[in-house]
Design a protein around this ligand. Structure first.
Ligand code: B12
Length: 339
């Protein structure tokens, strides 16, 4: 069961049933009763969080999530198409960090800014830093707004932020992987929760340009770079150590073996993000989430502790003792001993 009520519940039920007509009728009705794009964004956000939980617990297939998301996108577009007033505020580029494919959030932020008469241009999913740098030459925006929903995209966010800063342009960041502290850690100039707060920050920058741009913690960037350089070797070594700890893995199918290596890669990506943002809460959130996802998808959670041990050992073998200690502390404090 979900805790949604009112229109959020109705929207989720239509999304779950793949009922396009139901979605359009509901949105039409809400708009007639005065709902605006911000209200719709809150509603879609609530319904989509439930979509995510269903996938996380293994109750929904990826195809069901995709179908619901495609409809949710349409619901937001219905309102966005009505925004026709010309911009009176400067250009703002809105993009996803490199490696980030959650586009609904930043798209609705771009539309919400257009509604507030910014010349907001949405650049879509995963925007590599070098292409963003090039595009800024063409557009000369007042600011760039970057979105990051998964911790694995934080390094891409940091690179994009640095690329924008090379032009002396400030960067606003948002999305569910971020907090104010993480935003400051990667060198962004501001963090905003949603379009309303994004508009306030941008308006401030418009009227009183930011003097000094943010900078990431150089030590954390260095620590991240040295870890990222050994990524492939760490994954391969962790995988080999894991087979020693769980000999039955050697008999798994090639597809399962590949999946295990991918999962190790994701765990390492979360660890890298925690190092870069110098923020262990990234791992504190990631590990219990991982256990729930594995359990929901029929993988025994008992593999998590050996995987963490194997990863910590391979990190220690290459002198990354501090990172290993970070991972072990997060595991100790957030996971039940036997999981
Ligand atoms: C739909 C979806 C997808 C779709 C996205 C399709 C698309 N076109 O966007 C696809 C299939 C691509 C996808 C992929 C993945 N996903 Co996904 N996804 C979701 C889901 C269910 C909904 C996201 C959404 O549409 N939200 C609706 C919008 C309106 O809300 P929002 O994004 O939060 O945006 C609001 C604010 O955050 C903010 N905001 C957002 N960006 C910005 C930017 C600025 C500048 C500002 C100011 C504000 C701001 O304003 C927005 C409006 O209020 C979420 C669930 C959730 N809880 O978010 C999972 C979720 C985010 N995904 C998750 C995961 C794990 C993945 C994958 C790793 C899965 C996989 N194994 O491949 C990949 C990663 C892909 C990648 N590298 O980006 C996890 C992340 C958990 C974690 N620990 O990191 C979640 C939370 C699901 C879950 N409960 O486990 N996903």
């Amino acid at each position: 069961m979900h805790g949604l009520t009112g229109p959020a519940r109705a929207l989720f039920d239509h999304l779950a049933a793949g009922d396009a007509e139901g979605v359009y009728a509901l949105v039409g009705d809400l708009v007639d009763r005065g709902a605006d794009l911000d209200d719709l964004a809150d509603l879609v956000g609530a319904a989509q969080r439930e979509v995510g939980r269903r996938w996380q617990r293994g109750e929904w297939t990826i195809a069901r999530e995709h179908a619901a998301t495609a409809l949710a996108e349409r619901a937001l577009a219905m309102v966005a198409f009505e925004i026709t007033e010309p911009a009176v505020r400067p250009t703002v580029l809105v993009a996803c960090a490199e490696g980030e494919w959650h586009t609904l959030g930043p798209r609705v932020v771009a539309d919400g800014l257009r509604r507030r008469r910014w010349d907001a241009r949405f650049l879509g999913g995963s925007m590599p830093a070098e292409h963003l740098r090039e595009h800024i030459d063409l557009e000369r925006p007042l600011a760039v707004a970057l979105s990051c929903a998964v911790p694995a995209a934080l390094p891409g966010l940091q690179r994009s932020t640095a690329a924008v800063h090379e032009h002396g342009i400030p960067v606003l960041v948002g999305g569910r992987a971020l907090t104010a502290a993480r935003a400051a850690g990667i060198g962004a100039d501001a963090w905003a929760r949603d379009t309303r707060t994004a508009h306030e920050v941008l308006d401030r920058w418009w009227h009183a340009p930011t003097g000094r741009l943010g900078a990431p913690d150089a030590e954390a960037v260095g620590a991240h770079e040295s870890l990222a350089a050994d990524r492939a070797a760490i994954v391969a070594r962790t995988d080999a150590l894991l087979v020693e700890l769980l000999p039955w893995l050697a008999d798994a199918t090639p597809a399962q073996r590949l999946r295990t290596r991918e999962d190790i890669g994701h765990l390492l990506a979360a660890t890298e993000a925690a190092v870069l943002a110098d923020d262990r809460t990234i791992l504190d959130e990631y590990l219990p989430w991982l256990v729930e996802v594995l359990e929901g998808h029929g993988v025994p959670a008992a593999v998590v502790h050996p995987t963490l041990r194997a990863l910590a050992t391979s990190l220690q073998e290459i002198g990354q003792d501090e990172v290993a200690a970070l991972l072990q502390a997060a595991a100790r404090e957030t996971l039940p001993a036997g999981s």
